[in-house]
Design a protein around this ligand. Structure first.
Ligand code: SAH
Length: 356
């Protein structure tokens, strides 16, 4: 019999599990409290649970946390965690301090199948989906390394993989992250970033989770977007923006559009004007991400004046636009730079990976 990984279950499902074992449902809440509030993963230490319940947990379940294989620290204070999963594969999570925030960037897949031309993770292809417990487990593993008094305040689903392509596990993880019996995060502190899966956006809208949505746009015409993002050949900009307009945004909240700036590709003032026109009438903010380079990508980051000029056009058109200077560039932890060493080693000698 294979063991149930309790991290794959929401706190509400743990209550159902207790009931199914002829225990009162509050035993499930107590169990969730040990795991998520107290960070205790040893059943023997869960002292307020009756012996027979603990024995059955030991026999039939496990709390399989990803193991920290490596931590790289950036000069800017961010940290990249390389996490080993049960089958030996690895994913990365990045912890980024910023004034009074501590944001953790989570992965949802090993690799990614969407092959955006500028993204290093995309060169891995999709290796596999993560389970809900492997998504939540990244937070539990990173949290366990923090000094006492320090707390992860914000979560972004912007690591390796496409969250809406691993839909069920992502939604289960979001429920555990936001449940008052789980990790108790306000949905406003969580952002899910998508390559632009129209059906996934519509489905997420119906879950009532109220998390923030970020959409990777990266171009204002189908011609340019289609060249950069193969997904655009199936769902064009009109379809995507229509789904964004349908998405039920909580009051006073705006949808984020990510826009990676690539020198000479999508960074002209004319492209900025087209982008502003496209976003008219949407409660939107644009997050400009100057391209984070990787060897062999074939793309360059635009010069600073061009980045600022692009932002200026948007601001003058009344579109809120910020520039995201990615953290952790020196440790290969910035947006689009994540790719696991284990995969790299298998395909190419280290340093020659981009040629693959
Ligand atoms: N699959 C999700 C999460 C991806 S990573 C999505 O597509 O949104 C988060 C952001 O980093 C995305 O907007 C992605 O397009 C962007 N990105 C990818 N490679 C990048 C790079 N080399 N430099 C800057 N941003 C990049």
């Amino acid at each position: 019999m294979s063991l149930i990984n309790l991290l794959d279950r929401t706190p509400e499902e743990l209550q159902a599990l207790a009931l199914g074992w002829d225990e009162p449902s509050y035993r499930g809440r107590q169990l969730a409290g040990w795991i998520y509030r107290k960070g205790v993963f040893d059943f023997g230490a869960m002292t307020d649970l009756p012996g027979r319940f603990r024995e059955r947990l030991v026999r039939e379940t496990t709390l399989a946390l990803p193991a920290i294989a490596r931590v790289a620290a950036s000069a800017d204070g961010s940290q990249k965690f390389e996490l080993r999963l049960g089958d030996g594969r690895t994913v990365q999570a990045v912890l980024m301090p910023d004034e009074d925030r501590l944001t953790l960037c989570l992965s949802t897949q090993v690799g990614c199948g969407f092959a955006c031309a500028f993204c290093y993770t995309g060169t891995m292809g999709l290796v596999r989906h993560l389970g809900a417990g492997e998504i939540v487990g990244q937070l539990l593993a990173a949290r366990a390394t923090l000094p006492s008094g320090s707390r992860i305040t914000h979560l972004v689903f912007m690591g390796m993989g496409e969250p809406l392509a691993n839909y069920a596990a992502t939604v289960t993880a979001l429920r555990t992250l936001t449940s008052p019996h789980g990790l108790g995060y306000s949905p406003r502190r969580i952002t899910v970033s998508t390559v632009g899966l129209v059906q996934g956006i519509d489905r997420l809208a119906r879950e009532g989770l109220k998390v923030n949505l970020a959409v990777s746009l990266h171009a204002a015409t189908d011609e340019v977007r289609g060249r950069l993002m193969p997904i655009n050949r199936g769902w064009g900009l009109d379809d995507l923006l229509a789904a964004c307009r349908r998405f039920p945004l909580p009051v006073r909240q705006r949808m984020t559009f990510e826009y990676v700036l690539l020198d000479g590709v999508n960074d002209s003032p004319e492209e900025a004007r087209r982008l502003a026109r496209r976003l008219a009438g949407l409660r939107a903010k644009v997050n400009l991400i100057p391209f984070n380079p990787w060897t062999g990508s074939g793309f360059r980051r635009p010069p600073l004046e061009r980045i600022l000029a692009f932002q200026r056009v948007l601001l003058d058109a009344g579109v809120t636009a910020t520039i995201r200077w990615s953290k952790g560039e020196d440790i290969g932890a910035a947006c689009g730079q994540l790719r696991t060493a284990e995969q790299r080693a298998r395909r190419q000698p280290v340093g020659a990976a981009a040629a693959s």
